[in-house]
Design a protein around this ligand. Structure first.
Ligand code: UGA
Ligand code: MN
Length: 253
């Protein structure tokens, strides 16, 4: 199957570094199709050139987060759901451009996480929805579906943070067969989602708990980590900017 990875991304000092790390992982994956959706009014030159030179098969989209839903400078990052408009744009594009004769799996691959190649190998087997552990998320070393090895069924989750969610999982912890995305054509992400409810709300629109297919050795292996990059500290740069002598006038970082 083709693996469609949907990556929302936004301009910030670390963006090109994040995208480079991702692209160089994805180059190793057979039948990989990267859907990159910029959180921007217009596609940027940086991302346009980056994708062009990446060597990957990709679709470059953009959709700006409405101002009222954008995080303020001093807002904690959990205050608003992130990636909503961008992931919806990608779902719309898939639904408009593919039909169920396309054998494919769809994965929401944020630009800051760390992905093992083993994860994408697992995804090839997904019939409806595959699930697996995610490292470093939900305040735990690992959040994971509980898998019964005798039946190969998911019997619960180990989440401690908001465990009452029907699907208490991070976005990085599942991938969905394209057929399901096409069949459930009215399933969308929403800005109305409570903090931490994006995953469960999209999944509740598309699948039931008994359809979960535990992967990664009955959810005993970690192949993806919810890493987060520290914002770069640019104190000296800001001094230079004030003097009109910024360090990156003629060089893309
Ligand atoms: C957690 C989950 O891992 C995300 O998948 C989920 O979207 C998010 O919570 C949420 O509840 O909204 P977290 O690490 O806090 O993730 O989120 P980010 O990595 O900051 O953002 C998720 C994606 O949206 C990233 O690919 C990021 O580049 C993108 N993003 C973020 C934008 O496109 N615009 C923004 O203003 C912020
Ligand atoms: Mn993240």
């Amino acid at each position: 199957p083709t693996i469609f990875a949907i990556t929302p991304t936004f301009a910030r000092p670390v963006q090109k570094a994040e995208l480079t790390r991702l692209a160089q992982t994805f180059l190793h994956i057979p039948n990989f199709y990267w859907i990159v959706v910029e959180d921007a009014i217009n596609k940027t030159e940086l991302v346009t050139n980056f994708l062009h030179e990446s060597g990957l098969i990709y679709k470059h989209l953009n959709d700006v987060t409405p101002r009222t839903f954008k995080l303020g400078k001093n807002d904690p990052n959990w205050k608003k759901p992130r990636g909503v408009a961008q992931r919806n744009k990608a779902l719309k594009w898939l639904r408009e451009n593919y039909n169920s004769s396309q054998n494919a799996v769809v994965y929401f691959a944020d630009d800051d996480n760390t992905y093992s190649l083993k994860l994408f190998k697992e995804m090839e087997r997904i019939k409806v929805i595959g699930v697996w552990p995610v490292g470093l998320v939900g305040g735990l070393m690992v959040e994971r579906p509980i898998c019964d090895a005798s039946t190969m069924k998911v019997t619960g989750f180990n989440a401690v943070w908001q465990p009452e969610r029907k699907f208490p999982m991070d976005m990085a912890g599942f991938a969905i067969n394209l057929r399901v995305i096409l069949e459930k054509k009215d399933a969308w992400f929403s800005y109305e989602s409570k903090n931490g409810y994006q995953e469960t709300e999209i999944l509740e629109q598309m699948v039931t708990r008994d359809q979960l297919e535990p992967l990664a050795d009955c959810c005993t292996k970690v192949y993806v980590w919810h890493t987060r990059t520290e914002p770069s500290h640019l104190k000296e740069e800001n001094l230079l900017i004030k003097k009109g002598r910024k360090s990156n006038v003629d060089i893309e970082v």
